[in-house]
Design a protein around this ligand. Structure first.
Ligand code: ZN
Length: 186
């Protein structure tokens, strides 16, 4: 952040230079694809605030409880996104990114289900209209995870390979607290 002689900020564009490019993109794609539930936004905002992000929307959201009305929370989200200069990504880019995000979050957890990344990405699919890309792959793979007759099958092997590739994808430059906050349901 740039400071003037009086210690105040100069202009507005550098206000949230405290976040990495990946962090902005991750919050954006997680919002865009419905990964962050309304009840989780106060936690995400609190994390962003702790990392030095500034803005009225950020502060107001961070001050809400998880029990706050989703209607009220959802109204503040666009404000926060604007304050952090987070813009919408092309759909295919957002999907590729959320795959890396969820994979990285699951890989960091010790108690994750064997197919946690596949299951989480598959969960996003219906409300997005069954998109292609890694969400589509995960949705297809998820059909075979709990099917006993597919315990030893090429489909189950493909699901395991997808899970492994998600968990080892090119890591994002994201604070571990923020990673946890945006993927809290994973
Ligand atoms: Zn089966």
């Amino acid at each position: 952040m740039m400071l003037g002689a009086d210690g105040g900020e100069v202009g507005g564009s550098d206000v949230n230079g405290v976040l990495t490019i990946d962090e902005r993109r991750v919050v954006g794609c997680a919002h865009q694809l419905g990964l962050i539930l309304s009840s989780r936004w106060p936690g995400v905002a609190a994390q962003l605030l702790a990392q030095g992000a500034e803005g009225e929307g950020v502060a107001e959201l961070a001050g809400l409880s998880r029990m706050a009305s989703p209607w009220f929370v959802d109204q503040l989200v666009p404000e926060l996104l604007a304050e952090l200069s987070i813009t919408e990504l092309p759909a295919d880019e957002a999907i590729e990114l959320v795959g890396r995000l969820v994979g990285q979050a699951v890989a960091a957890r010790k108690d994750a289900d064997e197919f946690a990344a596949v299951r989480e990405l598959a969960r996003l699919s219906p409300s997005l209209g069954y998109p292609l890309g890694v969400i589509g792959d995960a949705y297809y793979a998820s059909e075979w995870l709990d099917c006993e007759c597919h315990a030893d099958s090429p489909e189950r092997d493909a699901a395991a390979a997808l899970e492994a590739s998600l968990r080892t994808s090119n890591p994002l430059d994201v604070d571990s607290g923020l990673l946890l906050a945006v993927t809290a349901v994973v």
